[in-house]
Write a protein that binds this ligand. Structure first.
Ligand code: AMP
Length: 278
């Protein structure tokens, strides 16, 4: 496995690599959710193609009061996960390698960023798009794998690729969960024991609420169930069209029921598919 810390060496590796090059962008602190994406990337790359994983805790996607400085960093563990997943290139640049001190050009996904997490985290998706666009330009992957756990991110990246005609195919991967249903996340490590115990209630609430017959019934039941989780504070619960992220009103196109919940100081997100009206 090649470890590249500079843009130049990562670019040189990918230029020489056999195709397809399949990229999995991450912020590190790799867990078995990331491991599943890497496995999928390995399958997509085949035995001749190359799997590239990027690890970059991207400062521009964190708000001023968010957890950039305390975001978990676990280099040795990340190396082991990448090695055992058959990764060919690990690209782990320092901040100064990705951003000039006076960098001033960003990529913004205007309409899709207004909803869900975008409303609560202004500038977040601008940071995500800007760094992912840069990764695509540096590594020029043929495919890139993103998790459905961050549904809004996946939808926005698809839109960015469409609108800016990036020559890369975006592949979504279903959310990997703990045995009790909690979506695996690097931020789960912040949960206190009682919060960790309560956290599976989020997925459970989504699943039960999604059975509702109408949009109003789904949202009402979801709010009620989240309200019963000890220590939980709802940030948002929305039923959206899967592609546009607009509120799903008539329930004819694919939908996601998406939620963000604070458990103590930790903000957790999750989402599930909701079937259309037959
Ligand atoms: P992160 O390191 O949290 O930025 O995540 C890197 C990639 O892994 C993103 O595409 C995430 O959506 C994906 N990911 C993180 N957790 C999960 C999970 N539990 N299941 C599936 N994909 C995930």
């Amino acid at each position: 496995m090649k470890i590249a810390k500079t843009v130049a060496s990562a670019r040189a590796f990918c230029q020489k690599a056999a195709r397809p090059v399949v990229l999995v962008p991450t912020m590190g602190a790799l867990h078995h959710g990331h491991g599943a994406l890497i496995k999928k990337a390995r399958r997509l790359a085949g035995k001749d193609g190359a799997v590239a994983v990027s690890i970059f805790v991207n400062p521009t996607q964190f708000g001023p009061r968010e957890d950039f400085s305390k975001y978990p960093r676990r280099w040795e563990n990340d190396l082991a996960v990448c090695r055992s997943g058959g990764v060919d290139l690990l690209f782990a640049p320092a901040v100064g390698e990705m951003y000039a001190k006076d960098h001033s050009v960003f990529v913004d996904a205007s309409s899709l960023s207004q909803h869900l997490c975008g409303a609560a985290r202004p500038g977040h998706f601008r940071g995500v798009c800007s760094v992912v666009a840069r990764l695509f330009l540096i590594l020029q992957p043929d495919l890139a794998v993103f998790g459905e756990k961050d549904w809004q991110q996946l939808a926005i990246i698809r839109r960015m690729v469409r609108d800016l005609t990036f020559p890369v195919r975006i592949v979504g991967h279903p959310t990997i969960r703990e045995a009790d249903g909690l979506a695996v996340s690097s931020r789960n490590a912040y949960l206190l024991p009682a919060e960790r115990q309560a956290a599976p209630g989020i997925h459970d609430a989504l699943r039960r609420a999604a059975r509702g017959a109408t949009r109003a019934a789904i949202l009402k039941e979801g709010r009620r169930l989240i309200g019963k989780i000890p220590g939980a504070r709802l940030d948002y619960l929305e039923l959206v069209e899967a592609e546009t992220l607009e509120p799903a009103k008539n329930r004819v196109r694919p939908m996601r029921l998406a939620v963000a919940v604070f458990l103590g100081a930790t903000r957790l997100i999750d989402n599930i598919a909701v079937s259309t009206r037959s």
